[in-house]
Design a protein around this ligand. Structure first.
Ligand code: 4AD
Ligand code: MG
Length: 443
């Protein structure tokens, strides 16, 4: 019977076959230990000379890393056996080699990250990458789960678009039959049209930004989920966000405990992620950063977190802020000048807008950007002009403010940033199966 390693516990004392690849092999003399992976897990398989034919024992001795095999044996419960899930091993009776591999390029020794990224198509087989990408899939599944169960309708939005939304400096331009078009930075404007048809919607897909700097947090192609809600203000929006993010984290803890353990992730902070999340204003965040700077002796840290009211946060500011809380923290009411054209300003304080970012704890920083949207036609026209954007490309968007305009809000959660945080990893490049960065478009 062919089984999947993830279900190995159901087959104790039974003879089974696993379709897999040799992840590692140790042992010598009469006893060999094979770590076999099949995509769903890793199982320790034991080959004991006495228990197999001469031929099978010969095959075992010649097995190489990443050779593909059909392995047959009996499942035994053994608390000490490593693997995912651990605690079971297979007493091998037969091995059939499908392809024998000659010198797999990624060996258990340390490789540089560029070497590994050049071989990303193979690197994804390594247990750490496997765990990260399984958690990514779990995050994506739990996102759809929560939104579908809470009355949001998934709507696709175009990748090829005529307009800038999140600033003009990060646009990828394409030649669209002798006209200029752009890869989408966000699906938001289309979401705003879709809510007038469907009430609550979400877009979920790849988005593109020509990020010219190398950082640990930026990709040029990343996935974003963007819920948008009609008749919704900032207060209501943040309640949705905290429920949504808590569901994602709790789902991962529940369904990916083995993967998190494999990454050595300390989950004590994650367990704590439940509503409500703290909320601070941008004003308060600035005060906190100035206080922190005054209390800090380290001149380098002082200059890193140096900031004035009106500046956007950089990574060091967000990192410092998140370390003041044990949950994700909302920073609300950012300066109008650092945010996008579509965000409404406070009536009595136009230098500030109805916006909120959600910063993930443990230093991770922004995972969500969200806001109310200007719903008055003339105000929106003025803002588009102030931002020097070509008004004619926003014709259809302005229609939405003529035909049944309502207060509405929405947000975008970056998938790769969320994966980084939940997995507890340093650099965003490991969170995407095939990351795209300024110096990487291959494989
Ligand atoms: O804050 P941003 O730019 O917001 C928007 O695009 C809104 N239109 C979303 C909306 O309201 N519908 O981006 C949203 C999130 C960020 O918080 C971050 O998690 C992620 O997208 N993000 C990136 N992730 C990886 N690499 C990049 N270059 C990213 N830029 C943004
Ligand atoms: Mg943002």
């Amino acid at each position: 019977m062919i089984i999947r390693i993830e279900n190995i516990a159901d087959y104790v004392d039974q003879t089974i076959t696993i379709q897999g690849w040799i992840y590692a092999k140790t042992g010598k003399g009469k006893l060999h230990f094979i770590q076999l992976r099949d995509g769903t897990g890793i199982a320790q398989c034991v080959v004991f000379q006495k228990e197999v034919s001469e031929e099978v024992f010969d095959v075992t001795q010649q097995l190489t890393q990443e050779s593909s095999v059909l392995l047959t044996g009996t499942v035994r419960k053994d608390e000490r056996a490593p693997g995912v899930p651990g605690g079971y091993e297979v007493g091998v009776t037969d091995i059939q080699v499908i392809q024998s591999v000659n010198e797999y390029p990624i060996t258990p020794k340390e490789h540089g990250v560029e070497f590994l990224l050049d071989r990303r198509h193979l690197w994804i087989r390594s247990s750490r990458q496997w765990a990260i990408l399984r958690i990514r899939a779990c995050i994506m599944r739990s996102i759809r789960e929560w939104l579908d169960e809470n009355g949001f309708l998934e709507m696709t939005t175009p990748v090829i678009t005529p307009a800038a939304v999140e600033g003009t400096s990060t646009l990828f331009e394409i030649d669209y039959f002798d006209k200029t078009a752009y890869l989408c930075q966000t699906g938001q404007l289309y979401n705003e049209a879709n809510i007038a048809a469907f009430g609550k919607v979400y877009a979920f897909g790849p988005t593109f930004r020509a990020e010219k700097s190398k950082t640990r947090r930026h990709l040029t192609e990343f996935w974003m989920v963007e819920p948008e809600i009609a008749y919704c203000d900032l207060v209501q929006l943040l309640e949705i966000e905290e429920q949504f993010v808590s569901h994602i984290v709790q789902s991962c803890l529940q369904k990916c405990s083995a993967e998190l353990a494999l990454l050595g992730r300390d989950i004590s902070m994650l367990s704590n992620i439940k509503p409500p999340f703290p909320r601070i204003t941008y004003d308060n965040a600035i005060e906190r950063l100035i206080d922190l700077k005054n209390e800090t002796d380290d001149p380098e840290q002082k200059s890193l977190i140096d900031i004035e009211w009106g500046d956007d946060f950089g990574a060091p500011h967000e990192t410092a802020l998140t370390k003041m809380f044990d949950k994700p923290v909302f920073v609300t009411h950012y300066p109008t000048q650092v945010k996008a054209f579509y965000m409404p300003v406070l009536e009595n304080r136009p230098e500030v807008c109805y916006s909120a970012d959600l910063l993930a704890p443990e230093g991770y920083g922004e995972i969500i950007g969200g806001s109310e949207r200007i719903h008055d036609h003339d105000t929106l026209v003025n803002r588009i002009k102030e931002h020097d954007l070509p008004i004619e490309t926003y014709d259809w968007y302005l229609d939405l403010r003529k035909y049944g305009s309502v207060p509405h809000s929405g947000f975008g959660l970056g998938i790769e940033r969320t994966v980084s945080w939940i997995c507890g990893i340093e650099h965003i490049r490991e969170t995407s199966p095939y990351p795209r960065m300024i110096n990487r478009d291959n494989p």
